[in-house]
Design a binder for this molecule. Structure first.
Ligand SMILES: NC(=O)c1ccc[n+]([C@@H]2O[C@H](COP(=O)([O-])OP(=O)(O)OC[C@H]3O[C@@H](n4cnc5c(N)ncnc54)[C@H](OP(=O)(O)O)[C@@H]3O)[C@@H](O)[C@H]2O)c1
Length: 287
């Protein structure tokens, strides 16, 4: 019997996850299938029972269920509990176990670009689940100072307080969302991360920050991978930054999930997988 996997969420038709996982399953020689399932906000409990009943080994979770799923799980990893979001569930004899591989995916993407978080100041735009995973990743990797900017300031303040409690050696603060304050912080930072959806297809002309200053001291990372080069990354690169797009994090969160489901490590060809996903984005990413 082939192993069965899925990604659940709404909307789900644009998810790249089936292309990632079906490619990986083939490459590592596992007999398995990964599918998309459209699951509305009020249908989550029923969807989990169905996946379990149908013998699925595991599934990914995306918007709008990443937080809502937590109370429905029998086990939650310490990292997912602190982040407050689950993107990967393993189904085993004891029930449903939740994990977060967004944070480890982000760490792996930075490592892939030789960025070392211990050195400087990181500025993070956004205060949602992905921003929480990014801050967790940086603090876990030894970052000493992180400043976060949230459109809803109270949400960012709450996030900074909760993550500070988990990482007392890292100074995590929240500032209000205005271009001037952000720019002032970014001038002294060595990492700038866009963890908002601003600039994502189809609203590709948007950017969370007007970049018209030198960025030669910066690594600029965007979690968005559609488009691969957001306006944010294009402007940062034009002003001298080294850039990291969202596809690398996406690849590493996916390989992290598959390792959990299979209970084993595996090697894969990063460049070939990335090229495969870019092709899928070109073919299916703009419909
Ligand atoms: N590459 C990957 O593997 C990966 C993994 C996870 C997520 N992502 C991407 O990361 C992004 C964020 O995801 P998420 O799950 O964190 O979403 P989320 O929970 O909805 O949070 C989004 C955050 O962005 C802020 N925001 C939204 N629109 C904004 C605007 N116009 N101006 C300023 N701030 C704005 C929101 O502010 P409020 O608090 O005011 O609502 C919130 O803080 C998405 O694009 C997602 O696709 C990528």
């Amino acid at each position: 019997m082939p192993l069965r996997f899925a990604v659940i969420g709404q909307p789900i038709e644009h998810s790249l996850s089936p292309y990632l996982h079906n490619y990986l399953l083939r490459e590592i020689g596992e007999d398995g299938q990964y599918e998309r399932r459209e699951v509305a906000g009020d249908a989550l409990t029923a969807a989990l029972a169905q996946l379990k009943g149908q013998g699925f080994r595991g599934f990914n979770i995306t918007i709008p269920h990443k937080q809502a799923v937590l109370p429905l799980l029998q086990e939650v990893s310490e990292q997912a509990r602190v982040i407050g979001a689950v993107n990967t569930v393993l189904i085993n004899e004891s029930g449903l176990a939740g994990f977060n591989t967004d944070h480890s995916g982000f760490s792996a993407a930075l490592a892939h670009h030789s960025y070392v978080p211990q050195q400087g100041l990181a500025a993070v735009l956004g205060a949602g689940g992905a921003a929480r995973a990014v801050i967790f990743s940086l603090a876990e990797s030894g970052a000493r100072r992180i400043v976060t900017f949230g459109r809803t300031h109270e949400r960012a303040v709450r996030m900074a307080a909760e993550l500070s409690a988990a990482f007392p050696d890292c100074e995590i603060t929240a500032e209000s969302w205005d271009n001037g304050t952000i720019m002032q912080t970014v001038r002294g930072a060595d990492l700038l991360v866009n963890a908002t959806p601003v600039g994502m297809w189809p609203a590709v002309a948007e950017t969370p920050l007007q970049i018209d200053f030198s960025c030669s001291h910066l690594v600029a990372a965007d979690l968005i991978y559609n488009p691969l080069r957001t306006n944010f990354l294009l402007a940062a690169e034009a002003h001298g930054a080294k850039i990291v797009d969202g596809l690398d994090m996406f690849i590493f969160q996916g390989t992290g999930a598959l390792k959990i489901w299979l209970g084993r490590d595996f090697d894969f060809g990063f460049r070939q997988l990335r090229a495969h996903l870019i092709k899928q984005l070109e073919e299916h990413g703009k419909h």
